[in-house]
Design a protein around this ligand. Structure first.
Ligand SMILES: *[C@@H]1O[C@H](CO)[C@@H](O)[C@H](O)[C@H]1NC(C)=O
Ligand SMILES: *[C@@H]1O[C@H](CO)[C@@H](O)[C@H](O)[C@H]1NC(C)=O
Length: 374
C-alpha cells in the first residue's frame, strides 16, 4: 500500500492540465499592476513610502467567432507557487500542491464583438487572487469580464510582473480595528479599479480591448471571506458597483455598522451559519442568506478542486476533510458559480428566480433567509 501511495505521489509531480471551463466561451487572461497616484499606501513602511499599487488578473470571454491563440499558463507564477508551498506546509499538506497545474486560455488582443458585464473579485484576508483562478475563469466562460484583485500588504505574498513582491503585514487574526481598516483599503482598491476601467485614474490604464469588451454600467463585486465584506463595502460606498456577493465572510467597516440598501447575498459554509444573522438584518436591499452542507471556510478556495483533479495520497484524506469539508471541490465550484451567476441576474436584470431555484437544483443548499424583492 505504501509503495502504491509513493507511486501515486511521483505521478503527481507531472504537469496536469486543468479541465476547461464550463461555459460556452473560451477565456483570455492577462495580469496587470496598477498604481493609484491619488493614494499613499497606508501599509507601506515609513522608510519606503509609495503610492498604493494593486495587482489584477483579467479573464475575458472569447466567442467562437473570434481568433484566439490557445495557450497553457502555469496556475501561479513561480515565486507565488513557492510561497503557497510554505503556506501548505503549515497546514500539514505537501509543499508542491499547487505546482505543475496548467490552465488553458485562448489569448486574444482584439475586443470582443459585444460588451460583457464586469465582475470584480476580492480574495480572503491575507490570501491571494491566484487561488480563485479556476472560479474566475469559469465565470468568464459564462459571459462576464472577471477581474480578480490582490491587495498588497494584506495578501501574505503578492508578486508583481517585474519580479518584485510584497510580504503581508496584516495579521492572519486581525483585531476588529485592523479588519475594519483592511476592508476600507480593499474597498478603495475596488473603486480605484473602477476608475481605471472608466479611464479616470491618472497614469493607470488597462488595455483598450479589455475596456471595449466591458459593460461599465453593469459592474458588481464578489469575494471570499473578507473579500465578501469588501464586495459589500464597495457596493455601499461606490454606486458604480451595483451589488456585493459574499462567499462565507462577515461584513466589516461601514456596511457592518450601518448595513446597506444594495443587493447582498451571503453564500456561507455550514460551519459559519450562525455568524451572519446580526449583519444580515441590517441589509435592507434584495438579500438572501444560504449555507452549503458539507462545506468549510476553505472550501471556497480552488484548492479542494485542484485536489479533485490531481488527488493527494490517501494519507492526506483526513487533513483535507478537516480543511475543505466533505463536499467535493468540483461540486462546491459548481454551486458557487451558480450563485454568482444568479446574483448577477438579480443585480443586473432584476431577476429573482435564478437564485430562488438553487436549493432545488442543489440539495446541499440550505436557505437560511431570503427577501429578494427588497
Ligand atoms: C527600512 O527599514 C527596514 C528595517 O529597519 C530595513 O530592513 C529596510 O531595508 C529599510 N528599507 C529601505 C528602503 O530603506
Ligand atoms: C427552497 O427555499 C425556499 C425558501 O426560500 C423554501 O420555501 C423551499 O421549500 C426550499 N426548497 C427546497 C427544495 O428545500
Amino acid at each position: 500500500m505504501r509503495s502504491l501511495l509513493l507511486a501515486l505521489f511521483v505521478v503527481q509531480l507531472h504537469a496536469v492540465l486543468l479541465p476547461g471551463p464550463p461555459g460556452p466561451y473560451s477565456v483570455s487572461n492577462q495580469v496587470h499592476s496598477l498604481t493609484d497616484t491619488s493614494r499613499q499606501d497606508p501599509y507601506a513602511p515609513s522608510n519606503n513610502t509609495h503610492n498604493r499599487r494593486i495587482m489584477v488578473s483579467t479573464f475575458v470571454p472569447v466567442s467562437k467567432c473570434q481568433d484566439c491563440q490557445s495557450t497553457q499558463l502555469p496556475y501561479m507564477p513561480p515565486k507565488s507557487t513557492a510561497a503557497w508551498g510554505q503556506y501548505a506546509a503549515q497546514m500539514g499538506l505537501p509543499t508542491n500542491i499547487v505546482e505543475d497545474f496548467q490552465v488553458e486560455y485562448c489569448q486574444t488582443s482584439k475586443p470582443a464583438p459585444k460588451k460583457y458585464p464586469v465582475a470584480i473579485f476580492s480574495p480572503g484576508l491575507t490570501s491571494s487572487r491566484l487561488v480563485y483562478t479556476v472560479q474566475a475563469r469559469a465565470l468568464a466562460s459564462l459571459g462576464y469580464v472577471v477581474i480578480t484583485v490582490d491587495h498588497p500588504y494584506d495578501g501574505f505574498f503578492v508578486e508583481f510582473p517585474d519580479g518584485t513582491s510584497v510580504q503581508g503585514v496584516v495579521p492572519f487574526s486581525p483585531t476588529d480595528a485592523e479588519a475594519d481598516a483592511a476592508t476600507e483599503v480593499r474597498a478603495a482598491d475596488v473603486s480605484f479599479l473602477v476608475n481605471v476601467l472608466q479611464g479616470s485614474a491618472p497614469g493607470a490604464s488597462l488595455p483598450a480591448e479589455l475596456i471595449e469588451s466591458s459593460d461599465l454600467n453593469k459592474i458588481f463585486a464578489y469575494g471570499h471571506s473578507m473579500g465578501g465584506a469588501t464586495a459589500a463595502e464597495a457596493a455601499l460606498l461606490d454606486n458604480r458597483v451595483l451589488g456585493g456577493l459574499d462567499l462565507d465572510g462577515r461584513p466589516w467597516a461601514k456596511s457592518a455598522k450601518t448595513g446597506s440598501d444594495r443587493p447582498f447575498v451571503i453564500v456561507g459554509s455550514e460551519a459559519n451559519d450562525a455568524l451572519w444573522a446580526p449583519y444580515y438584518q441590517r441589509f435592507t436591499g434584495p438579500k438572501m442568506q444560504v449555507s452549503i452542507k458539507g462545506s468549510t471556510h476553505l472550501s471556497f478556495f480552488d484548492l479542494p478542486y485542484l485536489f479533485g483533479v490531481r488527488p493527494l495520497p490517501a494519507e492526506y484524506d483526513e487533513v483535507l476533510e478537516q480543511l475543505g469539508g466533505t463536499i467535493k471541490g468540483a461540486r462546491l465550484q459548481e454551486i458557487a458559480l451558480a450563485f454568482i451567476q444568479g446574483f448577477a441576474e438579480l443585480v443586473l436584470n432584476g431577476k429573482t428566480e435564478p437564485l430562488r431555484g438553487l436549493n432545488t437544483t442543489f440539495p446541499e443548499v440550505l436557505v437560511g433567509e431570503e427577501d429578494l424583492s427588497g
